[in-house]
Design a protein. Structure first.
Length: 365
């Protein structure tokens, strides 16, 4: 079986998969980059593009606080002028962040209700919807992206917020199965569904009973998914997760020109419960398990994808995928502000079969 064609894209529009084998090295390849899979090519974004969101992202020009406050008055309590004259919130305040999310989801995505329990992960909406826009590009492989209720997606580790499934349906009309190991998280997502008629009948929830499994126990024999997506827990322990969250808060304080203050875990801005932030072995182990299990469901899933927070975890993923003999591997680089995140995507199907599958699903034939 041929080696996978591993590609890295930084441009918004995904190019179609190329011929198998080792692709030619693009002119934009940085000379200093020497550590990469032997079948991989690395495309750098043009100067000035790296901090941009996807062109279809509604938040590409920042937050329109006057409009958000007009449609969601609760946000007014947390909005204040910055030293530069713009409006913003205190991103170190967890209640402010949660209220901003609720405002964004109502104003831009038509949600009548959204809430999470105290301490649950409160994800930044612009970055989450960016992932979905790139997945749409991936699915249509350079063609025109279309909304379609015929597309089925699986969200692994949906958390108490459920934002990937919610946004994926509201933006692209995709149908979702959302899974999680925490029953309390699923209970909260069900509460969100129950309070939003637009979500009812389009999102279904499944609990993962095995803390060492990813797809096993979730994907059923009758399932067919065009996409799977995941934001894996990237810490290896509770201590590591707490230290990382505290660093985030201190950096926010420094960015505002403040002296870092002593911060307890109870006041962390983006929150996060155990299963949302850490697992045994951290992100690397989670990704390894996901890749290994994906082979058993190769005929049921068109594209497997996951966020990869730590760049050093890409190489072992490439090696594991090569051993499985997958047909195509792509790495999509996203950057919001100073944070770089990568989407790792792989398919066991050839490009011709992927296009046939997708077209049949959308046309209903």
């Amino acid at each position: 079986m041929p080696k996978p064609a591993i590609k890295t894209a930084a441009k918004p529009a995904m190019s179609s998969a190329g011929k198998r084998g080792k692709p030619s090295t693009p002119k934009s390849l940085a000379k200093s980059q020497t550590t990469k899979p032997k079948t991989a090519s690395k495309l750098k974004a043009k100067h000035g593009e790296q901090k941009r969101l996807h062109p279809r992202n509604l938040h590409i020009n920042g937050y329109d606080f006057p409009a958000l406050m007009a449609s969601y008055p609760k946000l007014k309590t947390f909005v204040r002028p910055t030293p530069y004259g713009a409006l913003s919130i205190d991103f170190a305040d967890p209640l402010a962040v949660k209220t901003l999310n609720a405002a964004l989801l109502q104003h831009h995505y038509g949600l009548a209700f959204w809430d999470i329990p105290k301490g649950a992960l409160c994800p930044p909406i612009p970055g989450r919807v960016d992932y979905l826009h790139y997945l749409a590009d991936l699915l249509f492989e350079g063609g025109k992206v279309k909304r379609s209720a015929a597309i089925h997606a699986l969200d692994i580790g949906t958390g108490a917020n459920g934002v990937y499934a919610i946004l994926g349906h509201q933006v692209y009309d995709w149908q979702f199965v959302a899974s999680d190991i925490n029953p309390q998280s699923l209970t909260n997502v069900q509460r969100i569904i129950d309070n939003n008629p637009s979500l009812q009948g389009h999102l279904s929830l499944r609990r993962q009973q095995d803390d060492k499994a990813v797809f096993k126990g979730i994907i059923q024999a009758s399932d067919r998914f065009e996409l799977t997506l995941c934001n894996p827990p990237f810490h290896g322990s509770l201590k590591e997760a707490s230290e990382g969250s505290l660093r985030k808060v201190r950096n926010l304080q420094l960015n505002r020109g403040e002296q870092p203050k002593a911060t307890s875990s109870a006041t962390l801005n983006f929150g996060g419960q155990a299963a949302e932030l850490w697992c045994q072995g951290g992100e690397k182990q989670f990704l390894t398990t996901m890749i290994r299990e994906s082979q058993a469901f190769a005929e049921q899933c068109l594209w497997f994808t996951s966020l990869v927070s730590k760049q050093e975890n890409l190489k072992p993923c490439y090696q594991a995928l090569e051993k499985l003999g997958v047909d195509t591997v792509k790495t999509i680089e996203m950057q919001q502000g100073n944070k770089v995140t990568r989407v790792l995507a792989w398919s066991f199907h050839s490009q011709a079969k992927r296009l046939q599958w997708r077209n049949q699903v959308i046309s209903g034939t």
